[in-house]
Design a protein around this ligand. Structure first.
Ligand SMILES: NC(=O)c1ccc[n+]([C@@H]2O[C@H](COP(=O)([O-])OP(=O)(O)OC[C@H]3O[C@@H](n4cnc5c(N)ncnc54)[C@H](OP(=O)(O)O)[C@@H]3O)[C@@H](O)[C@H]2O)c1
Length: 304
């Protein structure tokens, strides 16, 4: 496995996203987690809301049945979304959400806690108080954010003493606004409009990890681009790179994300071990500059 040095230590560049594991039985989930661990994939991404809590509960049960030493895993969860209702970064909500996650995951601590989506009504001092309490009590080791732009991060940093080591953001060849706003600077094109405050450059400047969620999707959960005829050229380019390096198209997509010089972790979404190991092969592959641009253009982006 390839690793990236981060503010939360040395982490595998492939993170196992657990949003979709609720469809597995406990035995299947244990086999999935065990298979991941055997292949060096020991970083697991959760959220309090995945499956309404069922994903964390199932994972906690499965890990208990495996008897894995806790320190051999990196378990991340997120909080701040109250589904269908609101976002909530109040001190009470952050702390009670973490306590719920710990209970479901059957663990004493989270390696990392991310604030899931920016709460418009957040008070940075309250977030800081929650982080301090969670850090002091040993319930959370590292902190980060998700779906935030640079000024939201700066706002939290204005009060919180903890380093924010990661921003988890949607990123794939077919969802690459973070790239196109940097290639189409000062143009009248739609893709040149920056929708994220230049977060990719910010993360590079501040040594933050970009955790790329939905590495195989396009739109907001519209679909998977692998084998989708709407993305014929992208599939051809991924297949071409895949053939050269002996990897699957999904792995070529991961290799494309990891070829970017920012600190990147690819957060996979599969609950199928064979698919996970296919993608993980992308971490061992360094595609060329030419191949990177070929895949970018094949996804429909322009190079002015
Ligand atoms: N921070 C946020 O706001 C946010 C939002 C969404 C997700 N996330 C995190 O990001 C993770 C990944 O998100 P995602 O589920 O959208 O990821 P994804 O990897 O883009 O999509 C995963 C889906 O693709 C399917 N798939 C189809 N063909 C595949 C192939 N050849 N290889 C692998 N998968 C294939 C998988 O099905 P199979 O299971 O059958 O393989 C699964 O349903 C989540 O688990 C979660 O941890 C974070």
């Amino acid at each position: 496995m390839r690793y990236v040095e981060t503010g939360a230590g040395r982490l595998p560049v492939i993170a196992v996203g657990c949003m979709g594991i609720a469809r597995l039985s406990k035995v299947e989930c244990a086999a999935f987690v065990d298979g991941a661990m055997q292949n060096g994939l020991n970083f697991f991404d959760h959220a309090d809301i995945y499956g309404g809590g069922a994903c964390e509960s199932l994972f906690g049960e499965a890990v208990r049945s495996l008897n894995v030493a806790r320190e051999h895993m990196f378990i991340q969860s997120k909080c701040g979304i109250v589904p269908g209702k609101m976002y909530d970064f109040s001190k009470e909500h952050i702390i009670s959400s973490v306590e719920g996650s710990l209970k479901r995951l059957k663990t004493e601590y989270l390696d990392s806690l991310l604030l899931h989506r920016p709460d418009v009504l957040m008070q940075p001092e309250e977030v800081a108080e929650a982080f301090d309490a969670l850090e002091r009590s040993g319930k959370v080791r590292y902190f980060g954010v998700s779906n935030m732009h640079p000024y939201q991060i700066e706002l939290i940093k204005s009060a919180a003493g903890q380093r924010l080591f990661a921003d988890q953001l949607q990123f794939s060849p077919a969802h690459a606004g973070m790239i196109s706003c940097g290639t189409e600077v000062n143009m009248q094109t739609e893709a040149g409009v920056c929708r994220d405050g230049y977060i990719l450059d910010y993360c590079r400047l501040h040594g933050m990890v970009v955790q790329a969620w939905s590495p195989l999707r396009y739109g907001f959960f519209e679909g998977i681009f692998i084998d989708d005829p709407k993305f014929e050229k992208l599939n051809e380019a991924l297949a071409k790179a895949g053939k050269k390096y002996g990897i699957a198209k999904s792995a070529a997509a991961a290799a494309w994300l990891l070829r970017h010089p920012a600190k990147i972790q690819v957060v996979t979404g599969t609950a199928n071990l064979a698919h996970l190991l296919e993608i993980a092969a992308g971490a061992e592959t360094e595609i060329t500059r030419e191949e990177w641009y070929e895949i970018y253009k094949a996804a429909g982006h322009i190079l002015p």
